[in-house]
Design a protein. Structure first.
Lengths: 506, 506
């Protein structure tokens, strides 16, 4: 082994230590949402604070910087260890990027922001419950001001919001997102208008009595069928479903089950499985290095929406699973595949993002994007959010919330200081459709296979195409590598149009 | 606040940080035994190793030593901050003791031992399941060698095993334990002989069909009745029952349930509750200092055996709970209190320690004590354990296991590197009886109260007498303070003799 290899391994070892602590924190988060006794919340917050402090310390330590500096020039980004292979050189660039971001924010600022967002979440919880935006507003004002300051610390070329976007989606810019979202907003609005003029879909068959235990057992069947390995993960119940990424061999998901709705749990499980399969598919030998990490939030959402919408809301999937579902729930016996497929794909402009259908979902994201961009620019004041929210809802979706709890107070993201996060939800959907072009080319008969219940080839293809690379490529580099075409929103609109013109004929 | 107070608070703050990491490790242990996906074991071992390393680093840091040195002379043990109160001065002495012990072991040794024991536990699990001592032996050899080395690092005056004993029970020596165990072994053997010549007890009523869910629900009733607060803890299922001590507000227990046996789960739950109530009762304001910690394993076991045997195997306890139990399990309806009481107190020399009755239990501990002392001395080789085990079983209990799974592979302690641990099980029983003298003096009518289902006064008395002091006193100091008499084994033998001569009359 030459010196560069030795230095690379040393760097990996240092980085692994912080990654292990990060995995521990993710277990603590998981436990808090699943099994922790209620009185344990205070000490749990302390535990997470201690871990966050240790992780930050290790990621910004002189030890790490000195190990990194041997292989890459931190200032210029020039690779010094040219004997390393391409994969390793990519890892160095990502390590450098992380290091620069982690050291850009002064420790006192990080602490202050963590404290503020922790308080804001508490205040927001009350404000949402009591429909009292004015209670939350002063905290949100501080969050906006600090997020703006954060952008300055992180640095940007054109727009302060670029710096925030880049945290969650490397290289994404305000200019690019605005351009994509403008076109998308118009196309989706047109589609929604057409749908509203068509015959409405009846989804009453999805509502009834579907006992908790049977739903849970059915979810596990589906999980196993798509290749989720229950010896490396779990399914549990929590108020807000999530997936936890501790390690490729310990990646858990949660769901919530409404015994009056047969489908929402299935959709949730498929969504969270998508996140979890990505984590399980990351190369374990690179655990602790960027090559063992998911690319971005956008690519993560691409995986969850792939399974939830592209597969789990598809006709062939239910061609196979509907008979299974009928065995579990006798009340569904008279339901035809066609009416089930239409019911799960019903489109209705509605108020709550997390409950939105596939077509109207991007409009919810566009609304948030436009508001948070304006907040960061300073062209929108916090006190004017409710009004701006409601008029945007009217403009984009044609519905207006009866109060702020169902409107601008619905999401936790602003309270937790996550400006720049929302756009990744829609990017994920766009990525999934772009990626699907390559999948359909490789498996022109995928629908036949899925209809026969053969599903594992999908995970295998995603593993080889996406998971195995870790952060070797950026989202867009990877999409281009796989599909041969530069990324754009076309595939997504084509998919939506084709699918929903069939479900909602003129 | 004077300087000494400020320095004390600074020391507490530093120490709290390590205690928080320790609580995290205990959650990771809990998760490993309850919900962790099987494939997660390898990364879990790594996580625990990293935490153990960090904890050790913090406990032996210059920062800690310098904060401690301001208040106590680490070398001589002289208190420098004489303005601190007695309680705080005790804390300083205990901090110093911990520091001396922790600095005796090199960091690399601690990490290596943690990793080895984590692996050994995995190997032991398989070896036990497959009755394959040879599979476990190489790991146990390493554990013995490292334990011997640990004793050397820790230092001792007379016997290397003293150093290991002292970890779990401050001040206990091989000489003292040998002397107590010699006398106890003889007295117990005599009692067992007498019992064997008496009319056997029929415990067939405890065996039958007792469904899992009903047993679980009944355990929770008992837990709540004795004052276990389920908003600060949980009951889960694991192969080996244990209690986990993360924080007074997050202290969980596990049990195992045999649907063919109505009593073993109840006894287990009471036992683990005893441990957990101690942790929950520690003063939360002292969390992170010795005043917020349990005294020793012996005192811990005193608490668990107190609830399991002194209360949970007593006649008045079942005077109250038997009617409740009969409501849960109709098959028990014809059973009289007397026959139930005799059945749960049946004495039979048997193979498995954790299933042993109160009388033969100490003989199991004496066996392990003698073997592990010999292993540490080097007078017994690992490969000779099965033979030594079986002949000791014959000598002490008159029974011989048909295989090693039911013999020398039955306990996890050696796999986890817990040499010096076993004697505390019997010390705990001895302590409980000594303590009970004071309890009976204070509550001469305790039996009447318990028979009426009034149980919370017991926890309250234990809180005021034991829990609230943390490590202010050593076990023996505390026992003397509470009872007014120096500790010895007499109360225990008196209790056993009186109780069992009634159950087994001549």
């Amino acid at each position: 082994m030459n010196q560069a290899q030795k230095d690379y391994e040393e760097l990996h070892k240092i980085s692994l230590h912080a990654r292990i602590l990060d995995g521990i924190a993710s277990l603590l988060d998981w436990d808090r949402e699943t099994y922790m006794p209620p009185e344990g919340s205070e000490i749990r917050a302390e535990q997470l604070k201690v871990l966050a402090g240790l992780i930050h310390k290790e990621k910004t330590s002189k030890k790490f910087a000195s190990a990194l500096s041997k292989l890459i020039d931190i200032k210029s980004g020039d690779i010094l260890a040219k004997s390393l292979n391409d994969e390793q050189q990519s890892a160095l660039r990502e390590w450098r990027r992380d290091y620069q971001r982690d050291t850009a924010l002064p420790g006192s600022f990080v602490e202050e922001f963590a404290k503020l967002s922790s308080q804001s979440i508490q205040v927001w919880t009350i404000a949402k419950r009591e429909n009292n935006f004015a209670h939350f507003a002063p905290f949100l004002e501080k969050i906006v001001a600090m997020s703006r300051k954060k952008a300055d610390y992180l640095g940007y070329e054109n727009h302060p919001y670029d710096a925030l976007l880049d945290i969650y989606e490397q290289g994404a810019t305000t200019e690019e997102i605005s351009s994509i979202f403008n076109g998308l907003g118009k196309s989706v609005s047109n589609l929604v208008k057409k749908i509203s003029q068509s015959q409405p879909v009846d989804d009453s068959i999805l509502h009834g009595k579907f006992p908790f235990d049977k739903q849970l057992a059915f979810s596990k069947k589906i999980m196993q069928a798509i290749g989720y390995d229950l010896s490396k993960g779990r399914l549990d119940i929590s108020t807000h479903p999530f997936s936890s990424a501790c390690h490729p061999k310990d990646s858990r998901i949660t769901t919530r089950i409404h015994p009056s709705n047969v489908f929402s749990n299935i959709a949730t499980v498929l969504h969270e499985c998508g996140h979890s399969l990505y984590e399980m598919g990351l190369p374990v030998e690179h655990y602790g290095s960027p090559l063992g990490e998911a690319i971005s939030l956008g690519m993560h959402e691409c995986q969850s929406r792939w399974w939830e919408t592209r597969i789990g809301h598809s006709r062939p999937f239910w061609q196979h699973f509907l008979p299974e579902l009928k065995k579990t729930f006798k009340s569904l016996e008279p339901v035809s595949l066609d009416s089930f497929y239409r019911a799960i794909n019903k489109v209705t402009p509605s108020l709550i993002r997390v409950e939105a259908d596939e077509v109207t979902y991007p409009l919810h994201v566009i609304l948030r994007y436009e508001l948070e961009k304006a907040l960061i620019e300073g062209t929108l004041k916090v006190r004017d959010i409710p009004e701006a929210w409601n008029s945007k809802m009217q403009e984009l979706l044609g519905v207006v919330p009866q109060n702020d709890s169902a409107g601008c107070l619905q999401d936790i993201h602003w309270a937790m200081g996550g400006f720049g996060y929302f756009p990744t939800y829609t990017l994920g959907n766009l990525y999934a459709s772009h990626l699907f072009m390559a999948f359909e080319k490789k498996f022109p008969k995928w629908q036949e296979l899925v209809a026969k219940g053969e599903l594992e080839f999908i995970k295998e293809w995603l593993t080889q195409s996406v998971y195995c690379h870790g952060r070797r490529y950026t989202s867009k580099e990877l999409l281009k590598k796989i599909t041969g075409k530069p990324f754009d929103a076309k595939a997504y609109m084509q998919y939506l149009t084709k699918k929903y013109e069939e479900i909602y004929p003129k």
